[in-house]
Design a protein around this ligand. Structure first.
Ligand code: B1M
Length: 213
């Protein structure tokens, strides 16, 4: 669809004022929010990542694209939230220590809220100790961790290990996600679930919450 391509291109050029009207236009054309998110905004961001990887663009360009991504997400957020039902349980989320990437984590938070979970968002650069303390203090049933860097992924294992050490693995479950993370990695570190995208994150959290409640 032409409009989705336009959204992706506008995001790639870092035009944060241009993206929202295009997203609204896509909605009036009857395209569902999830498609606009996946095939417009995220598709554009993936191209940005590829161009950055091959040094075709640089960090300031990526920052501008991130700003444009957030401008588009602001339009979709109320629509993604509207499916909400009463609380299914509390989930602590965050991007792991050393990681400042928070767009994917924020999307996961929006979708979880939309699915009826209470979300405690610790932001980015979150230590293992902070994840576990927040889950304990808030009586959360799941910790959701996001990592976009290969260098920060190991913090996920620290969280899993800390839960084990404090004998909390039975009552607080873990789910991980982010571009460098995989189902295999989840198995390797002993995390309870892996989400490829925010929709899978919601499905995974639902299963984990049902298992501990
Ligand atoms: Co950075 N960056 N970045 N960056 N950045 C990547 C990740 C990179 C792959 C780019 C590249 O080289 N091609 C690369 C990592 C290489 C690696 O480790 N293998 C990289 C690098 C190197 C860096 C710096 C080191 C660059 C530098 O300083 N020289 C630096 C590190 C900063 C730090 O964190 N300490 C850096 C900085 C930045 C910005 C600040 C400029 C900006 C982030 C802004 C922000 O988040 N507020 C940025 C961005 C935007 C990117 C790319 C281009 C896009 C990431 C993104 O937001 N994607 C990225 C390239 C890429 O991923 N293609 C890149 C859109 C988002 C919706 O997708 O977060 O993957 P994502 O989330 C998905 C799924 O992964 C999943 O659901 C979402 C979709 O539904 N998901 C979960 C995510 N979390 C989940 C949790 C779950 C379940 C699913 O359960 C809990």
């Amino acid at each position: 669809m032409k409009i989705l391509k336009q959204i992706a291109q506008c995001l790639e050029s870092g035009d944060d004022a241009g993206v929202p009207p295009l997203v609204r236009q896509a909605l009036t054309e009857g395209i569902v929010p999830k498609t606009i998110l996946d095939d417009g905004l995220i598709a554009g961001m993936n191209t940005v990542g590829e161009k950055f990887r091959v040094h075709e663009i640089f960090l300031p360009d990526v920052l501008l694209a991130a700003k444009a991504m957030y401008a588009g997400m602001d339009v979709l957020k109320p629509l993604l939230l509207s499916a909400g039902v009463s609380s299914r349980g509390r989930v602590v989320i965050g991007s792991v220590q050393g990681d400042l990437h928070d767009i994917g984590k924020n999307l996961v938070g929006i979708m979880l809220k939309g699915a009826g979970f209470e979300v405690i968002d610790l932001g980015n650069d979150v230590t293992a100790e902070k994840f576990v303390a927040a889950a304990k203090n808030n009586d959360a049933c799941v910790i959701g961790m996001s990592a976009l860097l290969t260098t920060t992924m190991p913090v996920m294992k620290e969280v899993v290990d800390l839960l084990k050490k404090e004998s909390l693995s039975g009552t607080i479950k873990t789910i991980i996600g982010g571009a460098p993370v995989s189902q295999n990695y989840a198995g390797e570190i002993g995390a309870d679930a892996y989400g490829y995208d925010c929709a899978q994150a919601v499905a995974g959290v639902k299963k984990l919450a049902a298992a501990v409640q």
